[in-house]
Design a protein around this ligand. Sequence first.
Ligand code: GLA
Length: 366
Amino acid sequence: MTTLAPIGAAPNAGSTVKKPWGKTPDGQAVDLYVLTNRAGMEMAITTYGGAVVSLKTPDRSGKLGDVVLGYDSLEGYVNDKAYLGAIVGRYGNRIAHAQFSLDGKTYTLAKNNGENSLHGGIKGFNKAVWTAKEISTRGGPSLELSYLSKDGEEGFAGNLKVTVTYLLLDNNALRIEYSATTDKKTVVNLTNHSYFNLAGPGGDILSTVLMVEADKFTPVDAGLIPTGELRDVSGTPFDFRKPTAIGARIEQDDEQLKLGHGYDHNFVLRRAAGERAETLAARAVDPASGRVLEVWTTEPGVQLYTSNFLDGVKGKGGVTYTRRSAFCLETQHFPDSPNQAKFPSAVLSPGETYHTSTTFKFTVEK
Ligand code: GLA
């Protein structure tokens, strides 16, 4: 175990501890980094898929509890099909018919989700071993992860240099900054796929009260591909403008909820045109523990996913994860943007820098 905190640092100065975490089936060494901020909030990240393995935040009495789903060991992440905590790319969410065109050239991807491409393909960024570097920031311990996605990987063009930085800020916020450059025109949509349960593992998230800053969402077809419509949430179970329990309407007889097997939809965030700073996307409150999670982002959309496809996954500490045992708020460009000219563009050209950021802020309500 190597402690990377500066020698002589005060015990409460925050720290980063690195430990070896085994090898992938093809022999690549994987590490686990444990970051602790000045307030005692702790987070573990593995270089395998850049996954957030645990995130311990205080409840209203100050007791730390793990609020994300994950696995005890590397093996869990190697076998994972649910993207627990992982960095998702090169293109987060779906691309219809696993195909898109750029400048008249058609790119064909693997159909790893019915007829469609999902989360970067068969070996997406969640299955890559990332290079980690501890960086010092004033706000709290941080870890910079980088990965080179080679030209042609999973059918995408261009050598894409990706950097994802996790900053565990001393005010109990986790900021994730994503950057990328390419040497050929390509599409990029990066996100983090953490599954949250603010009450801690084991129960469901139906009583979590959610607010989403969205007047519209993108309805989907049976393959969960957006139809192209931006539908008003008014009068639908997708209206989370007033805080509402996730479970309050999830079983309603609603075509979109049926297609998603619950919530698995992109919300169009209410952001002013030209806004570059992060704005509030969503706020979730667990009334029992008092934990509050706010999601702030520079992205135009957020995917609310109520773990509808979790079907008895063996998670940390012997807990089994089932549907509705967590919620995801995946900040993103809209699904299938490469095929939908009216959606904000996910195209990255040589000479440009992709840059997005998302902050998960943890507080408590008395
Ligand atoms: C996203 C998708 C879901 C599902 C999960 C991963 O949220 O929209 O349909 O594939 O990822 O299991």
